[in-house]
Design a protein around this ligand. Structure first.
Ligand SMILES: [Zn+2]
Length: 67
């Protein structure tokens, strides 16, 4: 199962799930509700990364997750 992150649109405040691999610096997130496109950077990127870290780590299942 692919891990996703619920990102709430700053324009319409509705939540779209994005795969974690899409949430990198400079990523374009297209809201599926209001169709606005958000560029992920700066404080928003920092926020998202912090939330992902909270959701995924520290990894309780022995982390053999090499790249
Ligand atoms: Zn939206």
């Amino acid at each position: 199962m692919k891990k996703t992150f619920p990102f709430s649109c700053p324009v319409c405040a509705r939540i779209t799930e994005y795969p974690l691999s899409d949430l990198v610096e400079g990523a374009r997130l297209n809201c599926s509700f209001c169709k606005c496109s958000i560029r992920l950077h700066g404080h928003m990127l920092a926020y998202v990364q912090k939330e992902i870290e909270k959701a995924t780590g520290p990894n309780p299942a022995a982390g053999a997750e090499a790249d």
